[in-house]
Design a protein around this ligand. Structure first.
Ligand code: ADP
Length: 718
């Protein structure tokens, strides 16, 4: 079975190997076992149930809480040539009935259903009339009250499941990893002796960084300006910050949008759509921009502030690089952020127990922000996966900074706080050390402390950060409550007595990002992206749905010149090769075929207006249709116009037919006076690459003619 699964992975999705965990999960499901799979965001869950759905007879039900995701998944599956549909409230009455009727006839391999749609009668009629081998439950943590997205409809679902006469295999998927949630899922959904997989939490294509001690605004400007071509998300802790950061970027000419709870539904939907379609590049958002974002080409996620816990952090950061391309996750960290989060927890609605859980999660997040361990390892450890090697690319792994001895600074700060007797907050202590003339400070007579002004050489904010750092390191503590007071802990004593030295590593800047534009640019890649933009616009889908960046880059590197070569590229299965193959090859050829190029002829490549897959009535291959028109005496230019293709595409069609052995009047392809010169150019430079041949020849000789000669003399062995 797993061999077949591998074949499907290649044929349908165009991927050569399974990611960590996928193979085991698929084996477990097709082996008939209930399965609980915990994979991180972007880890590749969909494949884990889609492939079993294709392997098992009947229709797999996929329960998903997110309408927009369902549509995307179904669109993607249809593009891959897999029959799928969804039932949710976005369908009109007639559409709904149509889908249901087709579903009952067993026309779909996968049927996505919103949990609210699955009331008892619906469940019963589906299970009576359909053969359902598998029910896949996406975002399964919604069944758990411990999870952050509890949905009552998921609870009801569990009841329906257990009453099914021939209960199918149930596979539950989530990215939320705490054991309470996992246990809850198993119990609530009554999974039967499920195999459990917690896997793939390491995301090798993500470079994690914690950046401290920078001026955030200029850091951000610089960061974004190095990535003019890239999509990114910036998470802020509050709506106000989202507004501010968004304006900051817009003022700098960046196409940025914002997303937070204070906007209307329409505004939010509109911005999200623009982001998906790459019309805006940067999304500045609060955590309201959450589940349901599956845009694969997000190249970076930057946290303007530390979030309240590591799960939220990794889930948000994990929205980068779902397409597997190198991506950056950056956390801008100031020790004072701890205060903001504490405040949010204290103001929150939870009871005391919950608040104390949140506080300990916050402490862990703080530890992440300051750890000198590999950041990837730190996270993966937390999620319960062991034996994962260091990543070698996070800010800790790359940190070459020497620890700085700050014992004297620590002594000053600690003795100052000690003298303030736990009656003031961090900000006031910072003011005293700074020697501020603050009114309240003077009223309290704090200017008479011997530590007043000891750190006046530093900016006040830096002094405050230093104090927070000492809190985080456990030398001082903050009291509970809305206005926390700072006081010393027992750990402070050895430092004050000179028995313990304090060192701090100062990481001032983020490493040179792996993903800056320079890294990715190439004329052919640009041309392919331009083609993709137009193809996507014609079909009304976001560009990533046509191809991922990674696929386009692989094409740009490999420069395939045939459909077979194209099928070797990761991310191209047979359906997409049929649909777009010729266009892609044409773009490659227009950019100088199998060689480096200087010219840019993308303008002439337009995506076909009627994609082959949707052409009604005529079942002949597209290239044959062009060829017939050519044989009727029409020029490639006219055929292009008539069929809504670029001329280069049509020329590609003609050559493909001659390669396949169709008779043609060669003089219409190769001007008689050019054949000789082309042949001698080929003799000189070989046929490995077209560009050098073209360069050997006068400029009026076209690629079409060169291809013609190669085809006529069967030089490429076909
Ligand atoms: P999530 O776990 O967040 O639902 P998805 O199922 O959307 O993740 O997968 C994330 C991305 O990884 C998708 O673009 C998917 O096509 C890709 N992917 C999944 N499996 C593989 C694989 N074996 N090789 C390469 N890419 C894969």
């Amino acid at each position: 079975m797993i061999e077949q699964a591998k074949q499907l992975l290649k044929r349908i999705y165009g991927y050569d190997t399974f990611r960590k965990g996928q193979e085991d999960i698929i084996s477990s499901i097709v082996g008939g076992r209930d399965t609980l799979a915990i994979l991180p965001t972007g880890g590749g869950k969909s494949v884990c149930y889609q492939i079993p759905a294709m392997l098992l007879p009947g229709t797999t039900l996929v329960i998903s809480p997110l309408i927009s995701l369902m549509k995307d998944q179904v669109d993607s599956l249809q593009r891959l040539g897999v029959s799928a549909a969804f039932l949710n409230s976005s369908l009109g009455a007639q559409e709904y009935r149509d889908v249901l009727r087709n579903a009952m006839r067993g026309e779909y391999k996968l049927l996505y259903v919103a949990p609210e749609r699955l009331d008892a009668p619906m469940f019963q009629s589906l299970s009576e009339q359909l053969h359902i081998p598998l029910i896949a439950i996406d975002e399964a943590h919604c069944v758990s009250q411990w999870g952050h997205d509890f949905r009552p409809s998921y609870r009801q679902l569990a009841g329906h499941l257990s009453r099914m006469p021939n209960r199918p295999i149930v596979a539950a998927f989530t990215a939320t990893a705490t054991t309470e949630v996992a246990d809850d899922i198993v119990e609530m959904l009554r999974l039967r002796e499920p195999s459990r997989y917690v896997t793939g939490f390491a995301r090798p294509n993500l470079s994690l960084s914690v950046v401290t001690g920078v001026q955030k605004k200029s850091f951000l400007k610089q960061f974004v300006s190095e990535r003019k071509e890239q999509s990114g998300i910036i998470y802020t802790a509050t709506r106000k910050e989202a507004e501010e950061v968004c304006s900051l970027l817009q003022q700098g000419g960046v196409e940025a949008g914002k997303y937070h709870g204070g906007l209307t539904d329409t505004e939010r939907a509109d911005t999200q759509e623009k982001f998906r379609f790459d019309h805006i590049r940067v999304m500045v958002a609060t955590n309201a921009f959450g589940m349901g974002i599956d845009k694969p080409n997000v190249r970076y996620v930057l946290h303007w502030q530390m979030p309240g816990d590591l799960e939220s952090y990794y889930q948000e950061a994990g929205r980068a690089g779902r397409d597997g391309e190198e991506s950056d996750c950056i956390l801008l960290f100031e020790p004072a952020d701890m205060q903001v989060q504490r405040f949010l927890i204290e103001q929150g609605t939870g009871d005391l127990d919950r608040k104390s859980v949140q506080m300990s999660k916050l402490n862990l997040m703080m530890n992440y922000s300051r750890t000198q361990r590999c950041l990837q390892q730190f996270i993966v450890d937390y999620f319960g996966e062991s034996n994962v090697p260091t990543c070698g690319k996070c800010s800790s792994c790359l940190d070459k900074s020497e620890p700085v001895n700050r014992t004297e600074d620590a002594k000053m700060a600690l003795s100052c706080v000690g003298r303030m007797k736990g009656r003031f907050g961090v900000m006031m202590a910072a003011k005293v050390l700074k020697g501020s003339r603050d009114k309240r400070l003077l009223e309290f007579g704090l200017d008479r402390l011997s530590t007043y002004g000891l750190m006046r050489h530093l900016p006040e904010k830096e002094v405050a950060d230093w104090l927070y750092w000492l809190v985080a390191e456990g030398y001082m503590r903050l009291s509970e409550g809305q206005y926390p007071m700072v006081s010393l802990t027992a750990n402070a004593l050895p430092v004050l007595e000179g028995r313990e030295a304090i060192t701090q590593r100062v990481r001032a800047s983020v490493k040179q990002a792996t993903t800056s534009d320079d890294f990715t640019a190439s004329p052919l890649f640009d041309a392919l992206k331009q083609w993709r933009r137009e193809a996507a616009a014609l079909e009304g889908v976001p560009p990533f749905m046509v191809f991922f960046d990674a696929t386009l880059r692989d094409i740009a590197n490999a420069r395939p010149s045939s459909i077979n070569e194209l099928l070797n590229i990761k991310g191209i299965g047979t359906a997409k090769a049929d649909k777009y193959g010729e266009d892609l090859i044409s773009v490659v050829i227009s950019q100088g075929g199998g060689s480096e190029t200087t010219g840019n002829r993308t303008d002439s490549i337009r995506p076909r207006k009627t994609p082959v897959a949707y052409r009604a009535g005529d079942e002949r291959p597209s290239h044959m249709l062009s060829f017939e028109l050519f044989m009727e005496g029409k020029s490639t230019k006219d055929i292009a116009k008539e069929r809504g293709f670029s001329q280069v595409t049509v020329e590609g069609h003609i050559i493909r037919c001659t390669d396949e052995g169709h008779e043609v009047d060669w003089e219409r392809i190769i001007p008689p006076d050019q054949e000789e010169v082309i042949l001698s150019a080929i003799e000189k430079v070989g046929i490995e690459k077209l560009k050098p041949i073209k360069d050997e020849l006068p400029s009026e000789v076209t690629y079409f003619a060169i291809h013609g000669v190669i085809s006529k003399y069967k030089m490429n062995g076909s």
